[in-house]
Design a protein around this ligand. Structure first.
Ligand SMILES: NC(=O)c1ccc[n+]([C@@H]2O[C@H](COP(=O)([O-])OP(=O)(O)OC[C@H]3O[C@@H](n4cnc5c(N)ncnc54)[C@H](OP(=O)(O)O)[C@@H]3O)[C@@H](O)[C@H]2O)c1
Length: 326
């Protein structure tokens, strides 16, 4: 916790914010999403909220998902005030509770809607070790296990929609350049259970390696199956949101905060690369890759490690099996 962000990123400051001020609105401007359905996790705030606003404005039916129904309803009201024809639904989802994830997927399927786009975006930054009710570290539970389970439960629906509509299905995981700051060996599975091994930035970083690896492994799998669905991950930049402010908070990381200030994006700018990965025709057929500022970039050696990716997939599969059969 004592390290500055500048030290943590070892001088790679471009990775904090990237170099563009393009907004999500600009990315989506010429794209018609009428007839599409998108689920966006973490859409009560920040990047998910902005992504939802833009996709709804382009004509997509958008399902807003997070824990706070009140927050989601506020976002729905803002979107429909701007776009009165917008088709927006609010659904409760707690990614740290597998039963909530399963209920969300079942309730969504009951609606008999297509599913073209899944944006696995929700996130938290926990300064202190916070175990979930299911017994693991909260950032890993939210970013990795919850999104893995949600994706597995909805994968058939995404494939079915793509096959019936002929439109490529898209799965987007919100990664982060913060994945470059992590524990020795990339992912320390013991640190998911042991508070004495916890350091907040490393724990956040390993959860973002998890997101990047999930996109990589699921993306590669979809490609090898030859289905019309892709999965990729994207870095938004360093963005002024509640999570971003907490991450770059003055006081705990004063030097890093000052150094990173000029690079910090607005949510409108931060959502641009996420929306790009979710809808841009430029990426047709591209799967298992990681993007920053509309360009494919290489993740760290851990974020490119297929063996580690298999371990993450197996961890999630076993965790879900153990908790859901209990
Ligand atoms: N901001 C940055 O600088 C930055 C940089 C790189 C990557 N990211 C990533 O971007 C994503 C979005 O973050 P943000 O900056 O937009 O943060 P934010 O404004 O704090 O939004 C986080 C969202 O996630 C939801 N959420 C948190 N825990 C959840 C849970 N257990 N189940 C379901 N939803 C949950 C929150 O809603 P509820 O609290 O209502 O559930 C909220 O809608 C995260 O994955 C984050 O890691 C952010």
């Amino acid at each position: 916790m004592g390290q500055s962000i500048g030290t943590l990123f070892r001088g790679n400051l471009n990775s904090l914010g990237g170099g563009t001020s393009i907004t999500a609105d600009e990315i989506a401007r010429n794209i018609n999403l009428t007839g599409y359905t998108a689920i966006i996790t973490g859409s009560s705030s920040g990047l998910g909220k902005e992504s939802a606003r833009v996709l709804a404005k382009r004509g997509a039916q958008v399902v807003l998902a997070a824990r706070s129904i009140e927050g989601l309803n506020e976002v729905k009201a803002l979107i429909t005030a701007e776009t009165p024809t917008a088709n927006v639904e609010v659904m409760h989802l707690d990614l740290t509770e597998l039963k909530s994830v399963r209920k969300f997927a079942e309730d969504f399927k009951q609606k008999n809607l297509p599913l073209n786009i899944l944006m696995n975006n929700a996130g938290v930054f926990a300064k202190k070790f916070t175990p979930t009710a299911e017994g693991i570290e909260a950032m890993w539970a939210t970013h990795v296990v919850g999104h893995y389970y949600l994706t597995m439960l909805l994968l058939d629906k995404i494939k079915e929609t793509a096959a019936q509509s002929g439109i490529e299905g898209r799965i987007m995981f919100t990664g982060s350049e913060a994945h470059r700051v992590t524990y020795k060996g990339g992912i320390n599975f013991d640190a998911l259970l042991d508070p004495s091994l916890y350091t907040a930035y490393q724990a956040y970083g390993q959860s973002k390696i998890g997101d990047i690896l999930l996109a990589r492994m699921i993306g590669q799998q979809l490609k090898s199956e030859g289905v019309n669905v892709v999965a990729n991950s994207g870095h938004p930049g360093a963005v002024k949101t509640p999570l971003g402010r907490n991450f770059f908070e003055k006081g705990t990381t004063e030097v890093g905060y000052q150094v990173s200030k000029p690079f910090i994006k607005s949510p409108e700018q931060g959502a641009a690369n996420l929306v790009y990965v979710a809808i841009s025709p430029d990426l047709k057929g591209v799967s298992g890759k990681y993007f920053s500022d509309f360009k494919e970039i290489s993740p760290s050696k851990y974020g490119s490690d297929d063996e580690l990716g298999q371990k993450v997939m197996k961890y999630c599969e076993d965790f879900v099996a153990s908790r859901m059969s209990a």
